[in-house]
Design a protein around this ligand. Structure first.
Ligand SMILES: CC(C)(COP(=O)(O)OP(=O)(O)OC[C@H]1O[C@@H](n2cnc3c(N)ncnc32)[C@H](O)[C@@H]1OP(=O)(O)O)[C@@H](O)C(=O)NCCC(=O)NCCS
Length: 176
């Protein structure tokens, strides 16, 4: 396995296409173009076996409001391992360099998890947000109750109250 860690700007069109195709396959088509757009503009970790892409994850910057501050968050997106290659450490292999990016550059890490992936992230030290979740929409702060339970954070130097409110910035598609 070859691990590639690169900024979006360093990925050519073929690599971006391979990553999108992998994620369409991983999520059985239940993924929107906006979900891929959310994964762009930061650092990607890609695991290759020969010329086949078998795992992908990326981290991008977002602002998360919490405790009266606009925290700089490393938000993890597009995490997926090809179905026939799961439980071989590839998910861990792509998360490790991104968690190092989070530790070195951001106040905290955050992500919206699938139910299936919760044990994977918990085993890596990610913690479930217990408090209210909301989004800073063009019409003001709006609760996002459907996402509660699925928002995970990786704590860094900034103290977090996991029972407090966490508000994400605005974007097209799924806000979390
Ligand atoms: C979640 C996912 C990325 C994990 O990738 P993976 O390569 O299988 O994970 P790893 O082999 O690195 O697992 C590392 C550890 O995480 C935990 N883990 C991973 N998958 C798990 C599962 N399904 N159930 C319980 N624990 C799990 C285990 O502790 C595992 O260590 P072990 O195999 O020695 O017991 C992969 O299952 C996947 O692509 N799922 C579908 C897409 C998805 O839900 N992505 C997440 C979007 S937020």
């Amino acid at each position: 396995m070859r691990l590639q860690v690169a900024h979006t700007s360093e990925l050519d069109a073929a690599v971006r296409e391979a990553a999108w195709a992998l994620l369409v396959d991983v999520f059985a088509g239940d993924i929107a173009p906006e979900d891929w757009e959310h994964a762009l503009g930061g650092m990607h970790a890609l695991a290759w076996e020969g010329d086949e892409l078998v795992a992908h994850a990326s981290v991008v910057q977002r602002r998360l409001l919490h405790g009266g501050r606009a925290l700089r968050a490393g938000y993890v997106e597009g995490v997926g391992v090809r179905i026939d290659r799961r439980r071989h450490g590839l998910g861990a292999a792509v998360m490790e360099p991104l968690e190092a990016v989070i530790a070195g550059a951001y106040d905290l890490g955050a992500l919206g998890s699938t139910d299936e992936a919760l044990p994977f992230y918990r085993a890596r030290g990610w913690k479930q947000w217990r408090g209210r979740c909301s989004a800073l929409t063009p019409d003001g702060i709006r609760p996002t109750p459907a996402e509660e339970g699925g928002i995970l954070v990786l704590e860094g130097a900034v103290a977090l109250d996991l029972d407090g409110e966490l508000t994400c910035d605005w974007r097209d598609g799924d806000v979390w």
